[in-house]
Ligand binder design. Structure first.
Ligand code: PLP
Length: 431
């Protein structure tokens, strides 16, 4: 009998004992190929001594000093690397402890940006449905994810968060007034809410767990940016999952050639070595506060934690030194090719989509399968020693009909082939 309150108290959890590269193993010696980097977190692979050493060194000198009074070398290094690696003038890093905190922070930052400029009527955030931006109440209210929202619906602000439909994959980008039908729907959503009340559009560049690997059509983001500029709205791009090389570019939004005002990061930022997220602001957003009231009315006790920042700074150093963004693009081509071959062999796979090492499989829905097909496939894979990431709740369906495949960016061509073989086997066991 354990004293731990597990995610699912009715489930059995093997005791994790070790990890190296793309593999994990449990206390009973069972080995798992981490085909989803956990939840697309362990981008640098497991067991990286350099990161552990950087964290130990920081903890050995000072483990904690409140950011209300101090900065740290680790926090400075993290900010420096982010500013260097991210495009444009995304160069002001506000560290937090994870993706949900990053979403909350980005929303509050957008709100305060407008307060500084005297536009106190702006508070609404427009996001897409389906989407996932986190599980804290503000981030969940911003998320278009039925299954995760349902139990907490009465607690989620309907006034502040407005959902527009996900762009259509068959949209060719042409429509009346210069807007494609998808962007026109976002525009209509904003017009209904009142453009003067909207502070930000919050969007995933490539969808994560709410719509595994969905990529908005070419031109969609450019027009979304135009929509923002037309009404003076800020564009927040959620790069918690897609960011930092996962999709074969430093940021997912680079596939769309658009400059956001605010970006959220987490997951791969520390590669899972410490709980770490960040909000990165452009000069314009940062200066509104720095040259305005001079204080962002926000803050978490553990935001900017020196040991977490040390992990992040070292992770970014490795990402660059080992050219892992390019590697993600290269290995992603091989992975996608293999997944398309699996689709041809397994009719249960309806679609393959994604970029780089962030690939989604959309499965044919079968409502008779308890928990949905994706969770069943996740279990079949787990039984075979392969970890993948089942998604749930796309569109109106509370069922999971898609999975994410996203191994560590250090994966080799041989290891991609092994992953595909194990997935082939798991799919065969489904049908
Ligand atoms: C796109 C996206 N945003 C935000 C989050 C929330 O991050 P966290 O679980 O670290 O709070 C997630 C988590 O899966 C995510 O995929």
């Amino acid at each position: 009998m354990s004293d731990v309150f597990y995610r699912s108290p009715s489930a059995h959890y093997p005791l994790i004992a070790g990890g190296a590269g793309i593999y994990l193993w449990d206390a009973e010696g069972r080995r798992y190929l981490d085909g989803s980097s956990g939840a697309l977190v362990a981008n640098l692979g497991h067991g990286r001594r350099e990161i552990v050493d950087a964290m130990a060194q920081q903890a050995g000198s000072v483990a904690f000093a409140h950011t209300q009074r101090f900065t740290s070398a680790a926090q400075e290094a993290l900010g420096h690397h982010v500013a260097r690696l991210l495009p444009g003038d995304l160069s002001h890093t506000y560290p937090v402890s994870g993706g949900s905190e990053a979403t909350e922070t980005a929303i509050k930052l957008a709100r305060q940006y407008f307060l500084e400029g005297g536009q106190s009527e702006r508070y609404r955030v427009v996001t897409q449905w389906p989407s996932y931006h986190g599980n804290t109440l503000g981030a969940l209210a911003a998320s278009g994810h039925l299954a995760r929202r349902r139990p907490y619906d009465p607690l989620l602000s309907a006034a502040a968060f407005v959902h527009a439909p996900q762009p259509r994959s068959d949209c060719r980008g042409r429509a009346a007034g210069g807007w494609c039908p998808c962007v026109a729907e976002v525009g209509a959503t904003i017009e209904r809410a009142g453009p003067e009340t909207v502070a930000a559009i919050l969007w995933e560049p490539i969808s994560g767990s709410a719509a595994s690997g969905f990529v908005p059509h070419p031109g969609f983001f450019t027009q979304l940016r135009k929509l923002c500029d037309r009404w003076g709205i800020l564009l927040i791009v959620d790069e918690v999952m897609a960011g930092l090389g996962r999709t074969g570019r430093m940021l997912g939004v680079e596939h769309h050639a658009v400059d956001p005002d605010i970006v959220t990061l987490a997951k791969g930022l520390s590669g899972g070595y410490a709980p770490l997220g960040a909000v990165v602001a452009t000069d314009r957003v940062y200066n509104a506060i720095a040259q305005g009231s001079g204080r962002f009315v926000h803050g978490f006790t553990f935001g900017g934690h020196p040991v977490a920042c040390a992990a992040g700074a070292k992770a970014l150093e490795i990402l660059e030194a080992e050219d892992l963004v390019r590697r993600s693009a290269l290995m992603g081509v091989q992975l996608a090719r293999g997944l398309h071959a699996l689709r041809a062999r397994h009719p249960v796979v309806r679609e393959v989509r994604g970029r780089g090492l962030m690939q989604g499989l959309v499965l044919e829905t079968d409502r008779r399968v308890p928990g949905g097909r994706a969770s069943q496939l996740g279990q079949r894979a787990f039984d075979r020693g392969l970890l993948i990431y089942p998604g749930s709740g796309e569109g109106a369906s509370p069922y999971g009909d898609h999975v994410l495949i996203g191994p560590p960016l250090v994966i080799t061509a041989e290891e991609v082939a092994t992953l595909l073989m194990m997935l082939d086997d798991s799919l065969a066991a489904l049908t």
